[in-house]
Design a protein around this ligand. Structure first.
Ligand code: GDP
Length: 366
């Protein structure tokens, strides 16, 4: 019987098939002795944390083991894809623990938005998921904004207990953890991994004081994140990297906007008005008459209407109508992973999007 090889750093079973999962090493290293996985290698040599994607079973085990721990939960979400980045079972692990909700990627939102309204909306959505955060902190990990405030808030709330940083993949958790490591331990090599009860995976811990740690937990993939339905190349186009420049369209009733070829927005009723689109600056918007929209979509998908970059990447049988009535206040129609469209009161709009992509609306943050 061959022995199962494990990483000497974290104990994860070694494998060379899935670079983003635990225990990854190049094939050539698999049969060597004293092998250390890619994640531990980066951690040891560069003090750099790499996110590990978990299957849902591993993730549920991790949640169960966290449930019994005492400490503070720091839940990182992507302010641009909140629906995609909320962890649905988080309330199960929270118990009596305190929670800080950290909204990352604030640098993408136009400066004109009202931060207070962003916070109110975040609190409301958290409540819908059964959470009542003790604090909401708005940051940009990439731009190093709000990190000191976050560290201060963590110190203030954690009551000398351990801290567990949780988040879905792509919210910027690794970028944030690397910032926190820079600030809290600097150049010192004091990051370790420790075995966490009930999981196959060990967590990275950053010492906070003599007897407490901050733990980086692995990110879970959410099936309804738009990011899992597009290729890497398409993702580069739809994921905004810089502050969004809103695009305003004056529309008559019965006109449609295509967001690339991924989503179609039909403006049905409400007189002539403007729709303001907050999506990646690199994603093309195409306007047409509603009566031509079906035909144009089928003919031009992957050509004029892209991304997707190929017809084969798009399934017309997997679309859903999301009819939204904007009644008596200005609202933002949110298309998970793509962005939002601000509409004044008195409009009927149908957003046609792949079934898995959530379309919701909120009181406008403008
Ligand atoms: P993780 O999967 O949660 O660990 O996320 P990563 O840290 O790997 O980041 C995912 C993507 O989001 C990367 O392309 C990052 O460059 C980007 N990102 C992370 N933080 C920010 C931020 O504050 N602003 C912006 N605009 N992008 C960010």
């Amino acid at each position: 019987m061959t022995e199962i090889a494990k990483c000497i750093g974290c104990g994860a079973t070694l494998q060379s098939e899935h670079p983003n999962e635990a225990g990854y090493v190049p094939k050539s290293s698999l049969n060597k002795e004293d092998v250390i996985c890619k994640r531990c290698f980066r951690l040891k040599n560069y003090n750099e944390v790499q996110d590990v994607d978990l299957t849902s079973d591993d993730f549920l085990n991790m949640l169960k083991s966290l449930h019994n721990e005492d400490g503070l939960i720091v839940n990182v979400v992507d302010v641009f894809d909140l629906e995609g980045s909320m962890i649905h079972r988080l309330k199960d692990i929270v118990g009596k623990k305190k929670v800080i909700l950290v909204a990352n990627k604030m640098d993408i939102l136009p400066k004109a938005i009202n931060k207070k309204r962003v916070e109110i909306w975040l609190r409301q959505r958290a409540k819908d998921y059964g959470l009542n955060p003790d604090k909401v902190v708005l940051i940009s990990a990439a731009k190093n904004q709000g990190i000191d405030e976050l560290l201060g808030t963590i110190e203030e709330i954690r009551d000398r207990k351990d801290v567990f940083v949780v988040g879905t993949t792509n919210v910027g958790k690794s970028t944030l953890i690397n910032r926190l490591i820079e600030k809290s331990v600097g150049e010192k090599d004091v990051i370790t991994t420790s075995h966490f009860p009930g999981t196959t995976l060990d967590m990275i811990d950053i010492p906070l004081d003599d007897d407490s740690y901050m733990f980086d937990t692995p990110g879970i993939i959410q099936s309804h994140q738009m990011t899992h339905y597009v290729t890497d190349k398409e993702l580069k186009v739809i994921m905004p990297k810089k502050e969004i420049k809103p695009k305003v369209y004056q529309l008559n009733e019965e006109q449609s906007l295509f967001l690339g070829g991924l989503v179609r927005v039909d403006y049905k009723k409400g007189g002539r008005r403007s729709l303001t689109c907050f999506i990646s600056n690199d994603l093309n918007i195409h306007r047409t008459k509603l009566e031509n929209a079906d035909d144009l979509w089928e003919r031009q998908i992957g050509e004029l209407l892209k991304p997707p970059y190929s017809k084969e990447n798009f399934d017309f049988n997997n679309l859903k109508n999301n009819v939204i009535f904007v009644k008596d206040e200005r609202r933002d129609i949110m298309i998970s992973g793509l962005g939002f469209i601000t509409v004044d009161e008195g409009a009927e709009i149908n957003v046609i999007a792949p079934k898995e992509v959530e379309v919701t609306s909120r009181k406008s943050i403008l």
